[in-house]
Ligand binder design. Structure first.
Ligand SMILES: CC(C)(COP(=O)(O)OP(=O)(O)OC[C@H]1O[C@@H](n2cnc3c(N)ncnc32)[C@H](O)[C@@H]1OP(=O)(O)O)[C@@H](O)C(=O)NCCC(=O)NCCS
Length: 337
């Protein structure tokens, strides 16, 4: 079979065939990371609804590659609306049983066509690299993409070693006099909403982005609420901790727990405002959220986090907690001429 037998179809998150589209991702994840439970379809559905509903901070569209009636390839284009007006984020996968037959190239050509049709000139994508030499890297290189950022995934097996956590906490407390810790779940307290928006805005450029061609995102309280609701809609609960000084939140961290497979949590963002660095606030909020997690979700067995190696302060905190390397995630871009 060659790609000439494949056709492309537009589909939405509530179409009958969307479950098959999600299965392409699940099969792909199972092939790449055997032993891990893939992302549930409900997450793709919730993200898809967010993208196709008008009025949000991101638009988007989905395509399926079909052989006969079978969905064998999946493409999602995410289009930022509030900022980065030239950027399109491309997610693309081919079912492992249908690879090396040209379907990736067909979906890639469609991604370029759609991006151009939406006036986007900068394409961005991520490749999960549990090991060296994954197909996604070869594919991106072949098609002329540039690797702009490499992050190391680190996993922490829970429960955290109590002695390590207590030592990190004691050290953080000793350096952070005058800062208070607050914790919450899913909904930033109203009084800190604007502070949280500023933290997210800074997050979009302060965390190392390598050479990725992205500009600072625009965040306000309404976008924070949209972001929070999106996590809940995806079936996740988010445990957060913040550091407060003089009534303003100046640092935060998020931990996401997928309720359908709570054994495997993900670290969300962590940021300390530049002007408040040097007080071990990163460690302070991370230790606080780990305590919350242990109380609320003792069934979580592992947390995964991604950091650029150049992010030495964050990597140091993570290693002090016992996170160990578990592969890489690379980010790539392509400019349309
Ligand atoms: C990357 C991916 C989309 C490629 O899909 P595909 O249908 O196999 O791609 P194609 O058949 O069109 O391959 C195009 C070219 O990419 C390169 N390539 C693809 N897979 C490769 C592999 N396993 N090893 C080496 N080169 C590979 C080859 O040059 C290939 O051309 P060739 O077969 O004529 O030699 C698929 O492996 C996949 O879904 N991976 C997981 C998700 C991912 O990484 N997506 C990309 C970023 S979003």
């Amino acid at each position: 079979m060659t790609s000439s037998t494949a056709t492309l179809a537009e589909l939405g998150p509530d179409d009958d065939r969307f479950a098959d589209w999600c299965e392409v991702w699940a099969a792909s994840e199972r092939a790449d990371r055997p032993g891990e439970v893939p992302r549930p379809a409900a997450e793709h559905v919730a993200l898809g609804r967010q993208l196709v509903e008008p009025g949000g901070s991101r638009d988007g569209t989905h395509r399926a590659a079909l052989v006969g009636d079978d969905v064998v390839g999946a493409l999602r284009l995410i289009l930022p609306v509030k900022d980065n007006p030239t950027v399109a984020v491309v997610d693309l996968a081919v079912h492992p049983a249908h690879r090396r037959r040209g379907l990736g190239r067909v979906l890639h050509a469609e991604a370029l066509r759609l991006a151009a049709a939406h006036g986007r000139t900068t394409l961005i994508t991520e490749v999960d690299e549990p090991r060296a030499d994954v197909p996604g890297r070869r594919f991106a290189e072949l098609l002329g993409w540039t690797r702009d950022l490499e992050e190391t995934r680190r996993d922490l097996v829970l429960p955290v070693d109590e002695a390590r956590l207590a030592a990190l906490e004691a050290d953080a407390r000793a350096h952070s006099a005058g800062y208070e810790v607050v914790t919450w779940r899913d909904r930033t307290p109203e009084e800190f909403l604007d502070d949280r928006a500023l933290l997210e805005q800074r997050m979009s450029t302060d965390a190392p982005h390598g050479d990725l061609p992205v500009e600072e995102e625009r965040w306000d309280g309404a976008r924070i609420r949209e972001y929070e609701a999106a996590h809940v809609a995806r079936g996740r609960t988010v445990l957060s901790a913040g550091a407060v000084r003089d009534g303003r939140m100046v640092a935060f961290t998020d931990l996401q727990v997928p309720l359908a497979r709570p054994q495997r949590a993900d670290q969300g963002g962590t940021l300390v405002l530049r002007e408040h660095r040097g007080h071990r606030l990163g460690a302070l909020v991370k230790a606080a959220v780990l305590r919350e997690l242990a109380g609320a979700f003792p069934e979580v067995r592992r947390i995964s986090t991604y950091n650029a190696e150049s992010n030495t302060p964050m990597v140091a905190v993570n290693e002090a907690l016992g996170f160990v390397p578990a592969g890489r995630l690379s980010s790539w871009s392509l400019r349309l001429g």
